[in-house]
Design a protein around this ligand. Structure first.
Ligand SMILES: Nc1ncnc2c1ncn2[C@@H]1O[C@H](COP(=O)(O)OP(=O)(O)O)[C@@H](O)[C@H]1O
Ligand SMILES: [Mg+2]
Length: 247
């Protein structure tokens, strides 16, 4: 069986002076074409590290990554960018500081340049189109995050890696972005690893869920199974606390 994306035995430990943090401990995952894999877990559980590892933004201690069955472990974002797009919280550093946004976004696409589509997407994420003429340093963190969502939709990347994608959005742009994601999904055009602390959003959008705690994947299964019939004690705690927050 060949998956669109697969990670085997991923391990990453951060060593600082006196502190050692195991951010990924023997994590395994797969993603099929047209599927959305949700990643949930408390802050510090390794979710962002997992996405960065998949994107080649950090060096794994151990483990292998595969795209369509071909190993790509060790490839840098310049190479992985051909098949995946990362939407993440610290989006500013993902833009070329010398380029205005309009150019950065258009360069992420492979087809003919379409400034009209760029403007549409920037409005969709709730930004003024004038901001397209600015370089990343002249935008706030939240504005850059929105620009990175527009860039991902503009690019024809096969895989999206989304890290708390909707956290920088106000309610109305959140609804528009969600609608776009759901439409892509209906058309079978959304393959994504979707990190979010919003369990309601994850259960709406994701086909399968993996639950992370202290760098370990404590549970992995279909969304229905994990939500309706969680096996791991930590998953139960996570779901109960999400339920309480929704009251
Ligand atoms: N560059 C880094 N240097 C040292 N520790 C890090 C680094 N990046 C992440 N960590 C640590 O690894 C753990 C997992 O972090 P992260 O993947 O960002 O968690 P999450 O996204 O689930 O909140 C945390 O304890 C975090 O402090
Ligand atoms: Mg994170």
């Amino acid at each position: 069986m060949t998956y669109l994306l697969e990670g085997k035995h991923l391990n990453k430990t951060f060593k600082e002076k006196a502190k050692t943090t195991v951010a990924l401990s023997d994590v395994n995952f797969y993603l099929n074409k047209g599927e959305v894999l949700g990643v949930v877990g408390e802050s510090g559980s390794g979710k962002s590290t997992l996405l960065k590892a998949i994107a080649g933004m950090l060096k794994l201690d151990q483990g292998e990554l595969f795209y369509n069955g071909r190993e790509y472990t060790g490839q840098k974002p310049r190479q992985t960018g051909k098949f995946l797009q990362m939407i993440f919280q610290d989006a500013k550093s993902s833009f070329d500081p010398r380029m205005i946004m309009e150019r950065s976004i258009m360069e992420s696409g492979r087809g003919a340049k379409d400034p009209e589509r760029v403007r549409e997407l920037v409005q969709l994420v709730g930004l003024e189109e004038e901001l397209l003429q600015r370089k990343p340093a002249a935008l706030s963190g939240g504005q850059c995050q929105r620009m990175s969502i527009a860039r991902a939709f503009y690019s024809d990347a096969e895989i999206f890696l989304c890290d708390e994608m909707t956290s920088a959005l106000d309610v109305s742009s959140q609804a528009r972005v969600l609608e776009l994601l759901q439409n892509l999904k209906k058309e079978g055009r959304l393959s994504a690893v979707f990190v979010s602390h919003d369990i309601a959003l994850v259960s709406m959008l994701c086909d399968r869920i993996m639950v992370m705690k202290d760098g370990i994947c404590v549970e992995q299964g279909t969304t229905t199974d994990v939500i309706r019939n969680p096996q791991d004690a930590y998953t139960k705690v996570l779901l109960e606390s999400a339920e309480r927050q929704n009251i």
